[in-house]
Design a binder for this molecule. Structure first.
Ligand SMILES: [Zn+2]
Length: 256
């Protein structure tokens, strides 16, 4: 019966109802999502992680999205509209909560890209783009955001070189991937091709490697200068809890 009702109701109604239920269940002031300005008792569980407070009930942000958002504000004053020059932003595989914010910001000249643009609906057109063959000229962007994409790309060095090519000389790129910090070297094996094996070896059926501590060197070998920023260490314990962040997360801030 539940399934039948679900199949009849429009998605927007189901979303609103789920939002209302989450609000009732999790209402409180203990945690705060800076992306959508929502307070809750705790965030929702997500994935196979043992951490039970991860996902924002409203915008769907996870720890890494909230950290990125705070970083963009703190380090780059990213949403300041007073600057006369717009930020030319290239955003690969745009996360929905950021896509909406960037699309609406008049200080940002926004170029969201994806290999499969049809999966998105929104007011800014998504450019179809292969990250290993980016359809833009050299030095085209002041800022590049590419989070949790490279671990899906077989020739990730070619993708990194392409990102480096289209970044302007004074530009900034934030290139995030999941990293296993217990590994010195990135683990990848072209013989591992099935979804089952990839899930077992890399922790996700669509990933083609598990990056290790040498991720920085890999970026550097493609022409980037990399600042591995432990930005989270500048935040207080209270803020780390309030924003629901992961203390181990590092930010890979790259320049040309
Ligand atoms: Zn949120």
């Amino acid at each position: 019966m539940k399934q039948l009702i679900k199949s009849i109701l429009p998605q927007i109604v189901i979303k609103k109802y789920n939002g209302y239920r989450a609000y009732q269940k999790y209402k409180g002031k203990e945690v705060f999502c800076p992306i959508c300005n929502s307070y809750y008792k705790k965030f929702a569980p997500f994935g196979t992680s043992k951490r039970e407070s991860r996902k924002c009930h409203n915008c769907g942000s996870l720890e890494r999205h909230r950290l990125m958002f705070l970083y963009l504000i703190e380090k780059f004053n990213f949403f300041d509209k007073s600057s006369k020059d717009k930020i030319r932003l290239l955003h690969f595989a745009p996360e929905k909560m950021f896509y909406n914010i960037f699309s609406e910001n008049s200080g940002i000249e926004y170029t969201p890209c994806d290999l499969f643009p049809k999966q998105y609906d929104g007011k800014t057109k998504i450019t179809k783009a292969d990250i290993t063959k980016i359809p833009f000229k050299d030095n085209s962007f002041d800022f590049i955001l590419c989070s949790h994409v490279l671990e899906h790309i077989p020739n990730d060095r070619l993708a990194m070189s392409e990102l480096q090519r289209v970044l302007s000389k004074k530009g900034d790129a934030i290139l995030q991937v999941p990293i296993d910090f217990k590994r010195e070297k990135t683990y990848e094996d072209p013989n591992i091709t099935s979804r089952e094996e990839r899930l077992q070896e890399y922790g996700h059926p669509d990933h083609v490697r598990y990056y290790g501590k040498d991720y920085k060197e890999r970026l550097e070998s493609c022409g980037f200068t990399v600042n591995v920023d432990h930005f989270i260490s500048t935040l207080s314990k209270n803020d780390i809890f309030k924003y629901g962040l992961l203390e181990s997360e590092l930010i890979y801030h790259c320049k040309k």
